[in-house]
Design a protein around this ligand. Sequence first.
Ligand SMILES: [Zn+2]
Length: 143
Amino acid sequence: MNHLSLHGEDAELTSITGTQCPCWDYRGSGYSAQYHRDNSSADDCERTGLIDTTTTTKNIKLTVYPIGAGVWGTNVPDYIKTEIGIMTGIDFVAFGTLDADDNVFLSLAAYGSEDTITYDSNDYRISKIYALTFYELILLSKK
Ligand SMILES: [Zn+2]
């Protein structure tokens, strides 16, 4: 047993993958409402830029601290504290992450701001991940 499996908070990691919608390259890059007006019979990505999507959900555990709580302070290198101090819109700092089904460390390096961590009935975006020696430090912002 490790610290996270014993004391981690239950959360859910949801990622949506799919095929990039043709609207993305219609006019430069990014969502194009014009593409969908011009191609009204095409699949509607609903502003996500993805069609033919698959939603994957994983049960995870992480330790979560409200930003500014200070309790996470001693384990975090000073340069990160300084960076976090000047960021806005960050709600939680999390240490993690464990796949709750097999209690194995789960790197979130492949996940990003389009993915969702649901914790305590709220949805959070992964704003930034710091890969440190023994863990990843994850900054979460409310969606
Ligand atoms: Zn689209």
